[in-house]
Design a protein around this ligand. Structure first.
Ligand SMILES: Cc1ncc(COP(=O)(O)O)c(C=O)c1O
Length: 371
């Protein structure tokens, strides 16, 4: 699905030099590249505070811990997402309230958010799924109206631009109360191991997020808050510093690949290609089709037989996962989520695809559909 090796070979010299510097410095924990990367990422995203951490799941957990949410507080979130988004809600003994997504964008539906609000609702967690932005303008209006926190799960959409109706722009992850991201290797800004980050404009909140990620301490061995231990590794920070320079080119390459697929599949009734709303610059973490009247397993097997990988993101929505049985997951009625879960398929998309590969993949998809 991705080709991180070819991508690495193109930036090998810079990356290897960065890693060597860390080894030479012997500053393995919280070395200089960690600070530099945090600052560089803040500048790229145009956000005041970036707190780096161990991974994207920790980022979500630390965000929720910093907002002082109490057991039983309700957090509205899509069920159609990666499990990390909702798992941390349950881990902190908060109550996940699963709502529908818009079938066009795969992102949380503002009307469903409104319908799910109760006096116990404290936060909304939109996910910018597959690299398409959730409708943040409407979400922020709802949040203001009901005094709710917004934690943007931006693990899949780093670099995505959001345009508001007044023409102003912001990067996703910098619009809500807090934004989070992941540097998992296959992500658009991927490390060569785990990594994550948290974003906020609020200086006091930033201080608290930083403390929570560091055992609740500001001064070493003086622990003011219950926290955790979540650090971006110095070697990963050195690698990410190099890759951040290339992020916009990487996004361009993904957009070009998506445009090729879109053209190849234009007018094919059995396929719905990804929709891009005017407010969003899609960064195509995934290229996900909706199949209409197609045997998905048979298509995946056919592609596999032609050495073309494909994936189902995600085969079971959160509310149907066994881990949520005790929290009443199966009582939810989310027909759009179920409908999408049965029909989506993601094709390979990454920064190193050439036209021959794209043509090979799309031709085989079309061969199967036309057989
Ligand atoms: C939407 C979403 N949220 C959270 C995460 C968690 O990130 P990590 O794997 O770095 O913990 C991921 C990625 O894996 C993700 O895709």
């Amino acid at each position: 699905m991705v080709d991180t090796k070819t991508q690495y070979l193109k930036i090998k010299e810079e990356v290897d030099a960065g890693i060597r510097e860390v080894l030479d410095s012997a500053a393995y924990i919280n070395g200089k590249p960690v600070q530099t990367f945090g600052n560089n990422l803040s500048a790229y995203l145009n956000i005041e505070h970036t707190i780096t951490c161990g991974n994207g799941t920790d980022a979500l957990q630390i965000a929720m811990m910093a907002l002082d949410l109490q057991p039983g507080d309700e957090v509205i979130t899509p069920s159609f997402t990666y499990i990390a988004t909702v798992e941390v809600i349950a881990l902190l003994r908060l109550k996940p309230v699963f709502v529908e997504v818009d079938p066009a964008t795969f992102c949380i539906d503002p009307a469903a958010i409104r319908a799910a609000i109760t006096p116990n609702t404290k936060a909304i967690v939109p996910v910018h799924l597959y690299g398409h932005a959730a409708p943040m303008e409407e979400i922020m209006e709802i949040a203001r109206e009901y005094s709710l926190y917004v934690i943007e799960d931006n693990a899949q959409a780093i670099g995505c631009d959001y345009t508001f109706t007044d023409g102003s722009k912001r990067k996703t992850g910098t619009i809500g109360t807090i934004g989070t991201t992941s540097f998992y290797p296959s992500k658009n800004l991927g490390a060569y191991g785990d990594g994550g980050a948290i974003f906020t404009r609020d200086a006091a909140l930033a201080e608290k997020l930083k403390m929570i990620a560091n055992h609740g301490q500001k001064v070493r061995y003086y622990h003011e808050l219950v926290g955790c231990n979540s650090r971006l590794d110095t070697i990963q920070a050195a690698i990410l510093n190099v890759k951040l320079e290339h992020l916009d080119d990487y996004i361009d390459a993904r957009q070009k690949a998506a445009a090729f697929y879109n053209q190849a599949f234009a007018g094919v009734e059995k396929i719905t290609v990804p929709v891009v709303k005017p407010y969003c610059k899609h960064v195509y973490h995934q290229y996900t089709l909706i199949l209409n009247g197609v045997d998905r397993n048979a298509l995946a097997e056919y592609l596999f037989s032609k050495q073309v990988p494909s994936m189902i993101y995600y085969p079971v929505p959160a509310h149907r996962q066994k881990m949520f049985d005790a929290l009443g997951g199966s009582r939810y009625n989310l027909p759009v989520t179920d409908w999408l879960t049965e029909r989506v398929i993601s094709l390979p998309i990454h920064t190193e695809m050439d036209e021959a590969q794209l043509a090979y993949i799309s031709d085989h998809v079309l061969n199967f559909l036309n057989a």
